[in-house]
Design a protein around this ligand. Structure first.
Ligand SMILES: NC(=O)c1ccc[n+]([C@@H]2O[C@H](COP(=O)([O-])OP(=O)(O)OC[C@H]3O[C@@H](n4cnc5c(N)ncnc54)[C@H](O)[C@@H]3O)[C@@H](O)[C@H]2O)c1
Length: 322
């Protein structure tokens, strides 16, 4: 099957966005490329990892549940026939674990063409990470901030003019109602699970745009984009009320996307030739879309960046230079 560039393409079994039928999931093979998918053992991350493997990529599932990760690797190998799929332990709630993950990855001397910042928790009770960060902020945002920062040199080495490396950060429509409280990023004065999740997703969106600016300013062949996968029937909702779960159970066939549908925009942004060299955008339903006005506030982006460097203990002038 030929993709629109005339390259022998791989159909990966879904249609993109709401213009179903106009654009199908046919992408050029990605053999020889390497991807890391955080939280790739289940849900949207699993489908992303599976489809990237089907395209021939070497995929690393980075997650904090080893058994589940190994089971997912086995399923993907069986289903795609691609044996270059592996699990590597990564606990995003621990800066030490993130550092160790990056050390182990770098010891492989592999390139890195796609980083999918996908893992998340949602609506968890007030809890803190190993480093004392509020869990939504620490896992969803700061963990990925740190991971990306430590992998940036490899991403830069792996990208080229006609084949940029790609950072795909999974946000959520919830970011539209998010507020970033620079005076209380850890929600110590007031905690609401919804507010904390929304703040983490707004932070990821601000980060992704600021990262793109910095990458473009230093002429890197790396792009950074954000994706909203839509409302998807996954375990992310396990901390919701029983009433919500009942409604979800009754209506999921109608109102919720499947994980494969949820992964479609993530995969599109990770590999589509349409987006070569293009960064700094927000995608939903396979289309470039406007994110919340606050997310474009460059002053806020820079402030969050500086604060994040401080919180994770990275010198701002390292990669984070303003
Ligand atoms: N499901 C939806 O409706 C929906 C809507 C909008 C955005 N999203 C986003 O999509 C992404 C994927 O979510 P999903 O729906 O597949 O959820 P999911 O619960 O099925 O998967 C989340 C993954 O993150 C991993 N994870 C959680 N905490 C971790 C930690 N501390 N360290 C390492 N990994 C950790 C989990 O193990 C799991 O593999 C998330 O970023 C989520 O915010 C989902």
């Amino acid at each position: 099957m030929l993709s629109k560039e005339g390259v022998e393409g791989v159909r990966i079994g879904f249609k993109l966005g709401e213009d179903n039928g106009k654009r199908e999931g046919i992408f050029p093979p990605q053999n020889g490329k390497v991807a890391i998918v955080t939280g790739g053992a289940k849900g949207i991350g699993y489908e992303t990892a599976k489809h990237l493997s089907r395209l021939g990529m070497h995929v690393i599932i980075a997650g904090n549940h080893e058994n589940q990760g190994l089971l997912s690797v086995g399923k993907i190998v069986k289903e795609t026939g691609n044996e270059k799929v592996e699990f590597m332990y990564l606990e995003l709630a621990s800066l030490q674990s993130i550092r160790q993950f990056v050390q182990r990855f770098k010891a492989k001397n592999a390139l890195l063409h796609v980083l999918v910042n996908n893992a998340a928790v949602m609506l968890v009770p007030q809890r803190i990470t190993a480093d004392g960060f509020e869990e939504h902020f620490g896992v969803n945002y700061l963990g990925h901030f740190m991971l990306t920062e430590l992998l940036l040199d490899t991403l830069k080495q792996s990208g080229s003019t006609d084949c940029n490396s790609r950072i795909v950060t999974v946000s959520s429509a919830t970011h539209y109602i998010g507020e970033l409280n620079l005076n209380d990023l850890q929600s110590r004065h007031h905690y609401s699970p919804h507010g904390a999740y929304a703040q983490s997703k707004l932070a990821l969106t601000l980060f992704s745009y600021q990262l793109q600016q910095r990458l473009a300013a230093d002429g890197s062949h790396v792009t950074s984009n954000v994706v909203d996968p839509g409302v998807v029937n996954t375990d992310l909702y396990k901390h919701t009320s029983w009433l919500f779960k009942l409604c979800k159970w009754l209506t999921s066939w109608l109102l919720f996307k499947t994980s494969t549908q949820g992964a479609s925009t993530v995969i599109y942004v990770a590999v589509s030739p349409d987006l070569e060299g293009s960064g700094g955008s927000y995608y939903a339903n396979g289309q470039k879309t406007k994110s919340a006005d606050t997310s474009y506030d460059e002053d806020l982006q820079r402030k969050l960046w500086a604060r994040s460097c401080k919180l994770v203990g990275i010198l701002e002038h390292r990669q984070c230079a303003s």
